[in-house]
Design a protein around this ligand. Structure first.
Ligand code: KDG
Length: 352
């Protein structure tokens, strides 16, 4: 009961914030008023879309592309309000808002989604996806697509996979070049039990934390480090509070473009097709931007003074071997058929 009251209070707060605060400069205004509900007085439908990353990240640029396509294709029947930097909450609270119908879109990493649909933790298996090409193939495959369908049981619609990218370690204590270097490091992880246990196995002292709290935690020394793709590390200015970056590439994180099922079911068939194809087209755009950017961001981080450490194949193999027992421990939680299915999809993609 207490959780439900907390959830209601949080959603009410988000609702009030949206009503009063309004979104980014790209927010759509109707009749000079900021929309604060999923339907305006004129019957137009409003999508309140929030993400945790800031307006400079390719994820937000992809969201603006989604807005452009939907508003054009529907002739204004649907307008999209865009919110970044956790303005509407963190991944968990925004996903809960979609379930409640007080928000319509969010695009979290798959890791926090596992708190709603445990099978999504399959993408948190360390070193599962070896390259972007294999990731593209696997995410387009039946097992990954079937996972999107499972979201409907939780009042969510997964419209497409976008890309967060390969996650790399940063910290403020020391260069990390070997498995031993993880020892005792206070590392923030996403709120996902597999991530937590994997970093414990590597010898670190992990703390699960919402993305919206991460910068302050690093600034205050609550945590020594974190792990995210280079694009996030650079565009969120983590170099201001982190000294060392290592190319651990330990997990490839997809994003999932989530829509409230309540809202989606209220659309016409034509509108449903428009939002679905817009999420896919905007996703292709976002992934292209993400890959172009990630290539240059590592150099930018070094230009900002971060010390870069390469992980040798030998040391990476030690990390792979070290986390294997954790993967076995989580296989039942994720679902053996999902784990085996994804592993087979990876092998098939590599074999081509
Ligand atoms: O907008 C997405 C972010 O909120 C988050 O999912 C990014 O990978 C992320 C993290 O480390 O929390």
């Amino acid at each position: 009961m207490k959780k439900l009251m907390t959830l209601f209070a949080l959603s009410l707060l988000a609702f009030v914030l949206v009503a009063c605060g309004g979104g980014d400069s790209n927010e759509t205004e109707q009749n000079g008023e900021n929309e604060s509900a999923s339907e305006s007085e004129g019957g137009e439908k409003v999508i309140r879309a929030g993400i945790g990353l800031n307006q400079n990240h390719p994820q937000y640029k992809g969201l603006l592309k989604f807005k452009e396509i939907v508003e054009e294709e529907t002739g204004g029947e649907i307008t999209v309000e865009t919110y970044h930097s956790g303005q509407l909450g963190d991944d968990r609270t925004m996903t809960e808002a979609l379930q409640l119908g007080t928000q319509e879109v969010t695009i979290p990493s798959t890791a926090p989604i596992a708190n709603f649909v445990p099978e999504f933790s399959v993408f948190d298996i360390p070193f599962l996806l070896p390259s972007e090409e294999v990731a593209d193939e696997v995410l387009a495959g039946d097992v990954a697509q079937d996972l999107l369908a499972k979201l409907e049981e939780k009042d969510l619609v997964g419209l497409s996979y976008w890309e967060n990218g390969f996650r790399d370690l940063t910290n403020s204590e020391r260069p990390v070049e070997t498995l031993e270097d993880f020892d005792g490091l206070k590392i923030r992880t996403m709120e996902n039990d597999l991530h937590l246990e994997a970093f414990k196995a590597l010898g670190a002292n992990p703390t699960p934390m919402a993305f919206t709290e991460l910068f302050t935690a690093m600034q205050q020394g609550t945590v020594d480090g974190q792990e995210n793709p280079y694009a996030t590390i650079y565009l969120e200015n983590f170099y201001e509070v982190q000294d060392y970056v290592s190319d651990t590439h330990h997990v490839y994180s997809p994003f999932v473009f989530l829509m409230s099922k309540q809202f989606y079911d209220g659309l016409t068939e034509e509108q449903q097709e428009i939002v679905r194809s817009a999420a896919e087209e905007a996703g292709e755009h976002q992934i292209k931007l993400n890959r172009e950017a990630n290539a240059e961001y590592l150099q930018n981080l070094q230009d900002e003074g971060m010390e870069f450490s390469e992980i040798s194949d030998e040391e990476r193999q030690k990390m792979v071997d070290t986390v294997q027992p954790v993967i076995e421990d989580f296989k039942d939680d994720i679902g053996p058929e999902v784990v085996d299915g994804i592993m087979e999809a990876v092998e098939n993609a590599q074999g081509e």
